[in-house]
Design a protein around this ligand. Sequence first.
Ligand code: MG
Length: 269
Amino acid sequence: MIKKNNFSTNLEFLRKKKVFFFDLDGTLYLEDILFEGVQELIKLMKIFNKRFFFLSNNSSISTKEYVLKLNKLGLDVNIEDVIISTHPTIYFLKKENVKKIFLLGTKSLQSEFIEKGFEITDKDPEIVVLGFDKELTYEKLVKASYFLQNNIPFIATHPDKVCPTKKGYIPDAGAIISLLYEATGKKPKIFGKPNKEMLLFKLRELRISPNDAVIVGDRLYTDIKMGIKAGVSTICVLSGETTREMIEKSEIKPDIILNKISDLINFIN
Ligand SMILES: [Mg+2]
């Protein structure tokens, strides 16, 4: 059932939207269980000619591996349907004409940067790039520290401090950022959610106005905050981290609140 807040009285406008951005964990699935209605929703998106993207901050695996993971979950996804925080990071590096990077990232992430034409090096890099490095070593931290002390520019794919797993939280990119900040006093420029660039770089590419786009997510301080900053419509689903009480108390107010993702089907159909 749809519950509206004060910010929206008419949901008809959703049908006119051209682009839908979907958060993944807590919005379309939890760990490896796809929520009810997701496959139907994606089918409808295709039937009604809506462009849609799956959004994730997790840069520990390449886009190709992400697509495999989503297909395994039963989502019929192409590589161009997925946006991970690596993408606005690469968009920025290309714009700045950077070629040589020192990367704190997994082999999988490395392969994506190499494929996109970057040279991964620990000799005179132009920039230090930090991702969710599940293969982090002390040696890599030492090298990064030296580069940062020498004022080499510093960027990171996303700010999440922890990543949820079945056994509990594990250190994510934000925790590695904190470690390097303690050691060097340097903070990176960050691209993933809640940075609005995560949506805007794609809308610019498609030449679509933020007015014609919607973000659907379960976190107020990343998904919804980013949507508001980017000027797109925002839908918060209560199937993940956020409760109705949290929204009432928060300054970050979504345009629409849905109990679950399948509630969206009626408004697209
Ligand atoms: Mg989420």
